[in-house]
Design a protein around this ligand. Structure first.
Ligand code: CA
Length: 526
């Protein structure tokens, strides 16, 4: 056997699986022989599946011990099992799901881990100290952008404890059916992002004046109690209205925004980091640009770190409804109570109906890049996505745009229902109160947010090598045999504490890579 042949490596996820994925960089040629004697009869790209046994037509093709499809014809052992050979199973109905049956062993608490964070009046903790300027409508985005540039150039150098000034710009606010029942989602998302722990409870708003989303609608009385207390005002947040008759000329608007920012910057600048327990972390986990390695390396390492965080008393949110839909039975089984399982089923049913309105289903999720990376369909993708959630019981569920703190859910593993779209999911996790973001990618994405640090985890060494100044952690070492899932999970856990403390910057922060906020608006546009 030649050296090349003995190097041939596949990764099988479960003893019952009848397919495995080719691990080698660049894939393997027909004729390659694996250590167990299996010989490839096709060329198989990296991350794509090989049949471990003969799979007669109709056989359930098992990966993660789950049928990811049925063989459309006889597939001999050693063949490339690509998406055209598989019939996708239909989604499991939401009836008769196992409810809170899993009862995982309680995990031992993990004590003594801390980070340096900014304590807020509401009990939350920031990992960055940022002035956010909320906008009620897209119309004001250009003006706010101009004002933010001036604040950064003229004021920020005086306030060395403030990390950044960010305009919360978005495409919502007018031209929308604001009384439609689902309009509550974009409205509460924007409201709750404004209250993200990284903004220190400082709320200032730029409004146009004639828009549908009036400042009082965005912040009804009592919604920003923290600010009320500090400014001894019962008027709610500071609002600069561009159509106000006081403004004559563009610079009058800019001056008003800059002047309004000043006291907020002064208060933010007076804050100092303090040692806080790791339980103050609120981590949103997400994947994007996934490949077949996502579910083998990066996502299991994130799942390991998720368990560590839960053991440390922290909060971890996993999301992406279309990417968990096919594993709903695993998740309702892991619910800590029947109410949690019911809430999770309700979110799935709502999303099924939402997709159905558009005449599609969850299979609309997979991208050309996913398929090129070896993921045949949404079932296979979902099985790899769910592992980010680790093994802890699921202790709560948030609907899109809801905030953890409002629901009294500030601990443990939470399902925050969101679309899988990277920027929409990130935007909704910000609204939920995320103060740190962990993002895995196999195909590669430069994703980053201005509002919270984003730690990016590569699924393959090849990606980590090429994108060495964009990826923060290389989980591909797991497939290479150079590190275990636990090794990378612990590395990620320690990096999270460093990044949360501001001692380390992520690559996305280094390059200031900031994706737009994209509000999820399932309601009609007018
Ligand atoms: Ca995603």
């Amino acid at each position: 056997m030649s050296a090349v042949m003995t190097d041939a490596l596949y990764i099988r996820m479960h003893d019952s699986d009848n397919v495995a994925i080719v691990a080698n960089d660049g894939g393997l040629k027909s004729g390659s022989v694996f250590a167990d004697g299996l010989t490839l009869v096709d060329n198989v790209p990296q991350g794509h599946k090989v049949a471990l046994t003969d799979l007669p037509k109709g056989t359930a093709v098992l990966r993660y011990n789950v049928p990811i499809g049925y063989a459309l014809r006889d597939i001999p052992a050693g063949s490339w099992v690509h998406e055209r050979l598989l019939e996708m199973p239909s989604a499991r109905t939401l009836d008769n799901l196992p409810i809170a049956t899993a009862r995982p062993e309680p995990m031992p608490p993990l004590e003594g881990y801390t980070f340096e964070g900014y304590r807020n009046v509401d009990g939350s903790v920031g990992t960055r100290n940022i002035l956010a300027i909320t906008t009620t409508v897209q119309c004001v985005a250009g003006v706010v952008d101009f004002a933010v540039r001036r604040i950064k150039a003229e004021l920020l150098p005086r306030f060395t404890n403030v990390d950044d000034v960010v305009g919360l710009e978005h495409s919502y606010g007018c031209g929308v059916a604001i009384d439609a029942p689902d309009a509550i989602i974009p409205i509460r998302t924007l409201r709750n992002i404004t209250l993200n722990p990284n903004f220190g409870g400082e709320v200032m708003v730029v409004s146009l004046g004639c828009e549908k989303l009036q400042p009082e609608r965005l912040f009804p009385p009592g919604v920003v109690p923290v600010v009320d207390k500090r400014s001894n005002s019962s008027q709610g947040p500071d609002v600069v209205c561009l159509q106000s008759e006081n403004h004559v000329g563009f610079m009058s608007m800019i001056d008003a925004i800059v002047q309004t920012a000043l006291p907020h910057l002064e208060r933010l600048n007076a804050r100092r980091r303090e040692t806080v327990p790791a339980s103050a972390l609120v981590v949103g986990v997400q994947c994007g640009g996934s490949d077949a390695f996502s579910g083998v390396t990066a996502n299991p390492a994130v799942g390991f770190a998720t368990d560590l965080l839960v053991r440390a008393g922290a909060t971890v949110m996993f999301s992406e409804t279309t990417e968990v839909r096919d594993g709903i039975d695993q998740l309702t089984a892991r619910a800590s109570t029947p109410e949690v399982a019911e809430a999770m089923t309700r979110e799935m049913a709502w999303y099924d109906a939402y997709l159905q309105k558009g005449l599609v289903d969850r299979s609309a999720n997979t991208t050309p890049g996913n398929k090129k990376g070896g993921l045949s369909n949404i079932v296979e993708k979902a099985m790899g996505s769910i592992v980010k959630s680790g093994t802890a019981p699921i202790s709560g569920v948030l609907s899109p745009g809801e905030k953890l703190r409002q629901k009294g859910l500030m601990q443990g593993l939470i399902y925050a229902a969101t679309p899988a779209s990277d920027f929409i999911c990130g935007t909704l996790q910000l609204a939920a109160g995320m103060n740190l973001h962990v993002f895995t990618t196999g195909r590669g994405t430069p994703y980053g947010l201005a509002e919270v640090p984003v730690i990016k985890v590569a699924t393959r060494t090849d990606l980590a090598r090429r994108w060495h100044d964009l990826m923060d952690i290389n989980a591909g070492r797991i497939a290479d045999g150079d590190a275990s899932i636990a090794d990378v999970g612990w590395e990620l856990f320690h990096l999270m504490l460093e990044v949360a403390s501001g001692r380390k910057k992520t690559w996305a922060e280094h390059w200031k890579l900031h994706n737009a906020l994209v509000l999820f608006n399932p309601a009609p546009i007018t």
